[in-house]
Ligand binder design. Structure first.
Ligand code: AMP
Ligand code: MG
Length: 361
Protein backbone atom coordinates (compact mmCIF):
# COMPACT_ATOMS: atom_id res chain seq x y z
CA UNK A 1 0.00 0.00 0.00
CA UNK A 2 2.74 2.33 1.05
CA UNK A 3 4.57 1.28 -2.06
CA UNK A 4 1.42 2.03 -4.11
CA UNK A 5 1.13 5.49 -2.49
CA UNK A 6 4.80 6.07 -3.05
CA UNK A 7 4.29 4.90 -6.61
CA UNK A 8 1.33 7.27 -6.99
CA UNK A 9 3.31 10.18 -5.51
CA UNK A 10 6.24 9.34 -7.77
CA UNK A 11 3.90 9.21 -10.77
CA UNK A 12 2.35 12.56 -9.78
CA UNK A 13 5.78 14.03 -9.37
CA UNK A 14 6.83 12.64 -12.75
CA UNK A 15 3.64 13.95 -14.40
CA UNK A 16 4.16 17.35 -12.78
CA UNK A 17 7.74 17.42 -14.03
CA UNK A 18 6.56 16.41 -17.51
CA UNK A 19 3.84 19.11 -17.43
CA UNK A 20 6.37 21.69 -16.28
CA UNK A 21 8.72 20.46 -19.01
CA UNK A 22 6.01 20.76 -21.69
CA UNK A 23 5.12 24.24 -20.41
CA UNK A 24 8.81 25.17 -20.54
CA UNK A 25 9.17 23.90 -24.10
CA UNK A 26 5.98 25.67 -25.17
CA UNK A 27 7.17 28.94 -23.64
CA UNK A 28 10.52 28.54 -25.41
CA UNK A 29 8.81 27.74 -28.71
CA UNK A 30 6.53 30.78 -28.49
CA UNK A 31 9.53 32.86 -27.51
CA UNK A 32 11.51 31.65 -30.52
CA UNK A 33 8.56 32.26 -32.85
CA UNK A 34 8.10 35.83 -31.59
CA UNK A 35 11.84 36.38 -31.82
CA UNK A 36 11.90 35.06 -35.39
CA UNK A 37 9.05 37.37 -36.37
CA UNK A 38 10.53 40.48 -34.81
CA UNK A 39 14.13 39.54 -35.62
CA UNK A 40 15.50 42.20 -33.31
CA UNK A 41 14.83 40.32 -30.08
CA UNK A 42 17.33 37.62 -31.09
CA UNK A 43 19.85 40.11 -32.38
CA UNK A 44 19.09 41.17 -35.93
CA UNK A 45 16.88 43.18 -38.23
CA UNK A 46 16.21 42.29 -41.87
CA UNK A 47 16.35 45.46 -43.94
CA UNK A 48 15.91 46.11 -47.68
CA UNK A 49 16.15 49.36 -49.61
CA UNK A 50 17.02 50.73 -53.04
CA UNK A 51 17.85 54.12 -54.48
CA UNK A 52 20.03 55.76 -57.12
CA UNK A 53 23.69 56.47 -56.56
CA UNK A 54 26.86 56.59 -58.64
CA UNK A 55 24.81 56.84 -61.84
CA UNK A 56 23.18 53.51 -61.17
CA UNK A 57 20.67 51.69 -58.97
CA UNK A 58 21.87 50.86 -55.51
CA UNK A 59 20.13 48.09 -53.56
CA UNK A 60 20.75 46.49 -50.21
CA UNK A 61 19.19 43.40 -48.65
CA UNK A 62 20.91 43.05 -45.33
CA UNK A 63 20.57 41.35 -41.95
CA UNK A 64 21.63 44.10 -39.58
CA UNK A 65 23.00 43.41 -36.08
CA UNK A 66 20.46 43.94 -33.27
CA UNK A 67 22.60 46.74 -31.86
CA UNK A 68 22.28 48.65 -35.17
CA UNK A 69 19.41 50.16 -37.10
CA UNK A 70 18.73 49.15 -40.74
CA UNK A 71 17.82 52.65 -41.86
CA UNK A 72 21.04 54.03 -40.38
CA UNK A 73 23.15 51.38 -42.12
CA UNK A 74 21.43 52.17 -45.43
CA UNK A 75 22.08 55.90 -44.87
CA UNK A 76 25.70 55.08 -44.23
CA UNK A 77 25.92 53.15 -47.52
CA UNK A 78 24.27 56.01 -49.41
CA UNK A 79 26.52 58.53 -47.68
CA UNK A 80 29.58 56.51 -48.67
CA UNK A 81 28.54 56.41 -52.34
CA UNK A 82 27.91 60.17 -52.34
CA UNK A 83 31.21 60.88 -50.60
CA UNK A 84 33.14 58.73 -53.08
CA UNK A 85 31.49 60.28 -56.10
CA UNK A 86 31.30 63.92 -55.03
CA UNK A 87 34.57 64.32 -53.21
CA UNK A 88 36.58 61.46 -54.67
CA UNK A 89 36.13 59.78 -57.98
CA UNK A 90 33.95 61.64 -60.46
CA UNK A 91 35.85 63.58 -63.13
CA UNK A 92 32.61 65.44 -63.85
CA UNK A 93 32.15 66.84 -60.34
CA UNK A 94 34.32 69.90 -59.78
CA UNK A 95 34.64 69.34 -56.04
CA UNK A 96 36.13 65.83 -56.40
CA UNK A 97 39.75 64.91 -55.85
CA UNK A 98 40.01 63.41 -59.35
CA UNK A 99 38.69 66.66 -60.88
CA UNK A 100 41.30 68.58 -58.87
CA UNK A 101 44.06 66.24 -60.06
CA UNK A 102 42.87 66.70 -63.65
CA UNK A 103 42.87 70.47 -63.16
CA UNK A 104 46.49 70.21 -62.02
CA UNK A 105 47.61 68.53 -65.28
CA UNK A 106 50.89 69.98 -66.45
CA UNK A 107 51.63 71.68 -63.14
CA UNK A 108 55.19 71.30 -61.85
CA UNK A 109 53.87 71.19 -58.28
CA UNK A 110 51.56 68.29 -58.97
CA UNK A 111 48.68 67.67 -56.59
CA UNK A 112 48.74 66.40 -52.96
CA UNK A 113 46.92 63.08 -52.66
CA UNK A 114 44.73 61.86 -49.84
CA UNK A 115 45.91 58.49 -48.48
CA UNK A 116 42.74 56.86 -49.73
CA UNK A 117 43.15 58.15 -53.30
CA UNK A 118 46.84 57.30 -53.33
CA UNK A 119 45.97 53.66 -52.52
CA UNK A 120 43.36 53.48 -55.27
CA UNK A 121 45.66 55.09 -57.82
CA UNK A 122 48.61 52.84 -56.93
CA UNK A 123 46.40 49.79 -57.44
CA UNK A 124 45.18 51.13 -60.78
CA UNK A 125 48.75 51.74 -61.94
CA UNK A 126 49.70 48.22 -60.88
CA UNK A 127 46.84 46.90 -63.00
CA UNK A 128 48.01 49.01 -65.96
CA UNK A 129 51.47 47.46 -65.72
CA UNK A 130 50.08 43.95 -65.37
CA UNK A 131 47.89 44.46 -68.44
CA UNK A 132 50.44 46.30 -70.60
CA UNK A 133 48.16 49.30 -70.59
CA UNK A 134 44.93 47.54 -71.60
CA UNK A 135 43.55 48.88 -68.33
CA UNK A 136 44.45 52.54 -68.10
CA UNK A 137 42.64 55.23 -66.08
CA UNK A 138 44.50 57.93 -68.01
CA UNK A 139 42.20 57.53 -71.06
CA UNK A 140 39.85 60.28 -69.83
CA UNK A 141 40.45 62.50 -72.87
CA UNK A 142 39.56 59.57 -75.13
CA UNK A 143 36.43 58.81 -73.06
CA UNK A 144 35.40 62.47 -73.29
CA UNK A 145 35.95 62.41 -77.06
CA UNK A 146 33.78 59.32 -77.65
CA UNK A 147 31.30 60.53 -75.02
CA UNK A 148 29.44 57.22 -75.14
CA UNK A 149 27.71 57.90 -71.80
CA UNK A 150 25.78 60.75 -73.37
CA UNK A 151 25.32 59.08 -76.76
CA UNK A 152 23.81 56.03 -75.01
CA UNK A 153 21.11 58.33 -73.60
CA UNK A 154 20.73 60.40 -76.75
CA UNK A 155 22.03 58.61 -79.88
CA UNK A 156 21.43 61.67 -82.07
CA UNK A 157 24.08 63.54 -80.08
CA UNK A 158 26.77 61.04 -81.15
CA UNK A 159 29.54 62.46 -83.31
CA UNK A 160 32.01 59.98 -84.79
CA UNK A 161 35.51 61.08 -83.74
CA UNK A 162 38.05 61.59 -86.52
CA UNK A 163 41.34 59.67 -86.60
CA UNK A 164 43.20 62.91 -85.83
CA UNK A 165 41.07 63.54 -82.75
CA UNK A 166 41.66 59.98 -81.58
CA UNK A 167 45.42 60.32 -82.05
CA UNK A 168 45.41 63.63 -80.17
CA UNK A 169 43.49 62.06 -77.26
CA UNK A 170 45.90 59.12 -77.19
CA UNK A 171 48.87 61.49 -77.18
CA UNK A 172 47.79 62.88 -73.80
CA UNK A 173 46.99 59.42 -72.37
CA UNK A 174 49.33 56.76 -70.99
CA UNK A 175 49.66 55.50 -67.43
CA UNK A 176 53.47 55.43 -67.68
CA UNK A 177 53.44 59.24 -67.80
CA UNK A 178 51.80 59.44 -64.36
CA UNK A 179 54.20 60.04 -61.48
CA UNK A 180 53.39 59.61 -57.78
CA UNK A 181 56.09 60.85 -55.41
CA UNK A 182 55.99 61.92 -51.76
CA UNK A 183 52.19 61.63 -51.75
CA UNK A 184 51.87 63.99 -54.72
CA UNK A 185 50.70 63.10 -58.20
CA UNK A 186 52.06 64.64 -61.39
CA UNK A 187 50.18 64.22 -64.65
CA UNK A 188 51.12 65.81 -67.98
CA UNK A 189 49.28 68.66 -69.65
CA UNK A 190 46.02 67.52 -71.25
CA UNK A 191 45.79 64.21 -69.39
CA UNK A 192 42.40 63.38 -67.86
CA UNK A 193 42.00 60.62 -65.28
CA UNK A 194 38.80 58.58 -65.46
CA UNK A 195 37.85 56.20 -62.62
CA UNK A 196 34.71 54.92 -64.38
CA UNK A 197 36.10 51.39 -64.58
CA UNK A 198 36.59 51.04 -60.82
CA UNK A 199 34.09 53.38 -59.11
CA UNK A 200 31.48 50.75 -58.30
CA UNK A 201 34.11 48.27 -57.16
CA UNK A 202 35.66 50.87 -54.85
CA UNK A 203 32.21 51.61 -53.44
CA UNK A 204 31.59 47.91 -52.77
CA UNK A 205 34.93 47.69 -50.97
CA UNK A 206 33.77 50.52 -48.72
CA UNK A 207 30.34 48.89 -48.36
CA UNK A 208 32.14 45.77 -47.11
CA UNK A 209 33.69 47.88 -44.32
CA UNK A 210 30.28 49.30 -43.40
CA UNK A 211 28.67 45.84 -43.26
CA UNK A 212 31.57 44.41 -41.28
CA UNK A 213 30.70 46.83 -38.48
CA UNK A 214 26.94 46.68 -38.67
CA UNK A 215 25.61 43.57 -40.38
CA UNK A 216 25.52 39.81 -39.99
CA UNK A 217 25.01 39.09 -43.68
CA UNK A 218 23.56 40.58 -46.85
CA UNK A 219 23.89 41.65 -50.45
CA UNK A 220 24.66 45.14 -51.77
CA UNK A 221 24.38 45.80 -55.51
CA UNK A 222 25.52 48.86 -57.45
CA UNK A 223 24.10 48.21 -60.93
CA UNK A 224 25.63 44.92 -62.07
CA UNK A 225 28.40 44.98 -59.45
CA UNK A 226 27.58 42.97 -56.36
CA UNK A 227 28.93 42.39 -52.88
CA UNK A 228 27.79 39.31 -50.97
CA UNK A 229 28.57 39.58 -47.28
CA UNK A 230 28.73 36.80 -44.70
CA UNK A 231 26.67 33.64 -44.79
CA UNK A 232 23.04 33.56 -45.75
CA UNK A 233 20.65 32.36 -43.04
CA UNK A 234 19.96 28.63 -43.39
CA UNK A 235 23.41 27.97 -44.74
CA UNK A 236 22.47 28.43 -48.40
CA UNK A 237 24.82 30.07 -50.90
CA UNK A 238 24.02 33.50 -52.31
CA UNK A 239 22.48 33.31 -55.79
CA UNK A 240 23.79 35.88 -58.27
CA UNK A 241 22.43 36.09 -61.83
CA UNK A 242 24.78 37.05 -64.69
CA UNK A 243 23.07 39.01 -67.47
CA UNK A 244 22.98 37.50 -70.96
CA UNK A 245 24.65 40.10 -73.25
CA UNK A 246 22.48 38.88 -76.15
CA UNK A 247 19.24 39.44 -74.22
CA UNK A 248 19.67 41.62 -71.18
CA UNK A 249 16.28 40.61 -69.81
CA UNK A 250 17.67 37.09 -69.35
CA UNK A 251 20.48 35.58 -67.28
CA UNK A 252 23.18 33.43 -68.84
CA UNK A 253 24.19 31.84 -65.53
CA UNK A 254 23.15 31.83 -61.90
CA UNK A 255 26.17 31.67 -59.62
CA UNK A 256 26.16 30.16 -56.14
CA UNK A 257 28.51 32.31 -54.12
CA UNK A 258 29.62 31.06 -50.71
CA UNK A 259 30.30 33.74 -48.12
CA UNK A 260 31.68 37.19 -48.88
CA UNK A 261 32.56 38.01 -52.49
CA UNK A 262 32.71 40.73 -55.12
CA UNK A 263 31.02 39.97 -58.44
CA UNK A 264 31.69 42.44 -61.28
CA UNK A 265 30.62 42.52 -64.91
CA UNK A 266 31.71 44.53 -67.95
CA UNK A 267 29.85 44.33 -71.22
CA UNK A 268 29.36 46.08 -74.54
CA UNK A 269 25.62 46.17 -73.85
CA UNK A 270 25.89 48.41 -70.80
CA UNK A 271 26.50 51.74 -72.52
CA UNK A 272 26.66 51.98 -76.31
CA UNK A 273 25.38 53.71 -79.40
CA UNK A 274 24.56 52.18 -82.81
CA UNK A 275 25.95 54.24 -85.67
CA UNK A 276 25.82 53.19 -89.34
CA UNK A 277 25.09 49.64 -88.21
CA UNK A 278 28.09 49.43 -85.88
CA UNK A 279 27.90 49.26 -82.09
CA UNK A 280 30.27 51.73 -80.39
CA UNK A 281 30.49 50.96 -76.70
CA UNK A 282 32.13 52.49 -73.62
CA UNK A 283 35.11 50.16 -73.04
CA UNK A 284 38.00 51.64 -74.96
CA UNK A 285 41.19 50.01 -76.17
CA UNK A 286 44.04 52.38 -75.18
CA UNK A 287 46.21 50.86 -77.94
CA UNK A 288 43.83 51.66 -80.82
CA UNK A 289 41.73 54.49 -79.38
CA UNK A 290 38.57 52.64 -80.46
CA UNK A 291 36.03 50.62 -78.48
CA UNK A 292 37.69 47.30 -77.64
CA UNK A 293 36.99 44.56 -80.16
CA UNK A 294 38.45 41.27 -78.99
CA UNK A 295 35.62 38.84 -79.63
CA UNK A 296 34.03 39.35 -76.21
CA UNK A 297 30.55 40.65 -75.35
CA UNK A 298 30.61 40.28 -71.58
CA UNK A 299 33.04 39.45 -68.78
CA UNK A 300 32.22 38.63 -65.16
CA UNK A 301 34.69 38.07 -62.33
CA UNK A 302 34.29 36.81 -58.77
CA UNK A 303 36.85 37.61 -56.09
CA UNK A 304 36.63 36.78 -52.43
CA UNK A 305 35.82 39.69 -50.12
CA UNK A 306 37.00 38.06 -46.90
CA UNK A 307 39.45 40.58 -45.39
CA UNK A 308 40.30 41.92 -48.82
CA UNK A 309 38.93 45.44 -49.19
CA UNK A 310 40.98 46.13 -52.31
CA UNK A 311 39.33 43.21 -54.11
CA UNK A 312 36.29 45.40 -54.76
CA UNK A 313 38.42 47.65 -56.95
CA UNK A 314 40.32 44.69 -58.41
CA UNK A 315 37.27 42.70 -59.50
CA UNK A 316 35.88 45.80 -61.24
CA UNK A 317 39.21 46.61 -62.90
CA UNK A 318 39.77 43.00 -63.98
CA UNK A 319 36.53 42.73 -65.95
CA UNK A 320 37.29 45.95 -67.83
CA UNK A 321 40.86 44.77 -68.45
CA UNK A 322 39.84 41.30 -69.68
CA UNK A 323 37.34 42.87 -72.04
CA UNK A 324 40.18 44.87 -73.63
CA UNK A 325 42.88 42.16 -73.49
CA UNK A 326 40.81 39.35 -74.95
CA UNK A 327 40.31 35.82 -73.70
CA UNK A 328 43.81 34.35 -73.66
CA UNK A 329 45.63 37.13 -71.82
CA UNK A 330 42.50 37.85 -69.78
CA UNK A 331 42.49 34.32 -68.35
CA UNK A 332 46.14 34.69 -67.32
CA UNK A 333 45.39 38.00 -65.61
CA UNK A 334 42.42 36.61 -63.70
CA UNK A 335 44.49 33.62 -62.54
CA UNK A 336 47.20 35.95 -61.27
CA UNK A 337 44.72 37.77 -59.05
CA UNK A 338 42.80 34.65 -58.00
CA UNK A 339 39.64 35.78 -59.76
CA UNK A 340 37.13 33.32 -61.18
CA UNK A 341 36.14 34.30 -64.71
CA UNK A 342 33.17 34.01 -67.05
CA UNK A 343 33.47 35.25 -70.63
CA UNK A 344 30.63 35.44 -73.15
CA UNK A 345 32.12 35.41 -76.63
CA UNK A 346 30.79 37.13 -79.76
CA UNK A 347 29.42 33.82 -81.06
CA UNK A 348 27.43 33.25 -77.85
CA UNK A 349 29.70 30.52 -76.49
CA UNK A 350 30.86 30.82 -72.89
CA UNK A 351 34.21 30.29 -71.16
CA UNK A 352 34.25 29.61 -67.41
CA UNK A 353 37.25 29.04 -65.15
CA UNK A 354 37.05 25.85 -63.08
CA UNK A 355 35.96 27.69 -59.94
CA UNK A 356 33.33 29.63 -61.91
CA UNK A 357 32.05 26.39 -63.41
CA UNK A 358 31.51 25.01 -59.90
CA UNK A 359 29.63 28.16 -58.89
CA UNK A 360 27.41 27.91 -61.98
CA UNK A 361 26.48 24.20 -61.58
P1 AMP B 1 33.37 49.05 -66.75
O1 AMP B 1 31.93 49.18 -67.12
O2 AMP B 1 33.62 48.78 -65.32
O3 AMP B 1 34.08 48.06 -67.62
O4 AMP B 1 34.05 50.46 -66.98
C1 AMP B 1 33.91 51.18 -68.19
C2 AMP B 1 34.29 52.61 -67.95
O5 AMP B 1 35.69 52.67 -67.63
C3 AMP B 1 34.10 53.52 -69.15
O6 AMP B 1 32.84 54.13 -69.12
C4 AMP B 1 35.22 54.52 -69.01
O7 AMP B 1 34.86 55.53 -68.10
C5 AMP B 1 36.34 53.70 -68.37
N1 AMP B 1 37.21 53.00 -69.33
C6 AMP B 1 36.97 52.70 -70.64
N2 AMP B 1 37.98 52.00 -71.17
C7 AMP B 1 38.90 51.85 -70.19
C8 AMP B 1 40.19 51.21 -70.12
N3 AMP B 1 40.72 50.59 -71.17
N4 AMP B 1 40.85 51.25 -68.93
C9 AMP B 1 40.31 51.89 -67.84
N5 AMP B 1 39.14 52.50 -67.86
C10 AMP B 1 38.42 52.48 -69.00
MG1 MG C 1 35.13 47.72 -64.37
Amino acid sequence: MINEINGQINNDLKNNKRKKCHAFFLTCLIGICIAAITGCSIGYEDYSASGTAMDTILTANIRVKGSENGQNVWNELLGESTRLEQSGLSRRVESSEIAAINASAGSEDGYPLSDEMENYLELCLELSEETDGAFDISIGALAQLWNIDEAAENPKAFVMPTDEQILAALAVSGYEKIKIEDHRIYIPDGMVLDMGAVGKGIFLGEAYSVLKESAISGVVAAGGSILTYGYKAGGNDWKVGIVDPFDTSEVIAVLSVEGSGYISTSGDYERYVEYNGVRYHHILDPHTGYPADTGIRGVSAVLTAENELQNGLLSDAITTAVFVMGEEKGIELAEKYGAELLIVRDDGSVYMSDGMQKMAD
